[in-house]
Design a protein around this ligand. Sequence first.
Ligand SMILES: CC(C)(COP(=O)(O)OP(=O)(O)OC[C@H]1O[C@@H](n2cnc3c(N)ncnc32)[C@H](O)[C@@H]1OP(=O)(O)O)[C@@H](O)C(=O)NCCC(=O)NCCS
Length: 148
Amino acid sequence: MLSTFPSNAESKLVNAIRENDNAVISLVATLDEKIIGHILFSPVTTHPSTHEKGLGLAPVAVDPAYQSKGVGSKLIRAGLQMCIDQQYDYAVVFGNPKYYTRFGFQKARGFGLQNEYGVDDQFMVVKFKSLPVGGLVKYVSEFSLFLV
Ligand SMILES: CC(C)(COP(=O)(O)OP(=O)(O)OC[C@H]1O[C@@H](n2cnc3c(N)ncnc32)[C@H](O)[C@@H]1OP(=O)(O)O)[C@@H](O)C(=O)NCCC(=O)NCCS
């Protein structure tokens, strides 16, 4: 999986999130006992705070040799179903709207939700039960350490 991203920042990020017990949902896709894909969800908070429980989808990665074969879609759909099963209210993601709208994500800005990184159209949200009324959505601090 190291080859999926141009640097090892994502591997370090995933390790740090796991070590800090912030990996709420973590799934792997395997083929012949080899890991070919992975997805992680960690908690997000809104400021000002609200009672809704949200998760951030990041990262999702598929081994380049197996991309565009539906593996990423399966991981995302299974992950979102687990969010619902675990009674989460919403999930957010940074990603290409063309890809993530197929899973129900919509532009978060349309719901008054901002992020810390100044990302606009590519910051997206999917509602399971209810959305915060608006505000700044913050990922766990590991993201600031490894991805800025
Ligand atoms: C993004 C990623 C997880 C998608 O997984 P995948 O198994 O390749 O995707 P799927 O087979 O489920 O879906 C393929 C479709 O997604 C599109 N797609 C894949 N990556 C995309 C991206 N970054 N932006 C927009 N569209 C993308 C493909 O063009 C294809 O479109 P089509 O169905 O219209 O033909 C995978 O390509 C990947 O690991 N990319 C590198 C890491 C990355 O950018 N991760 C996301 C940020 S954390």
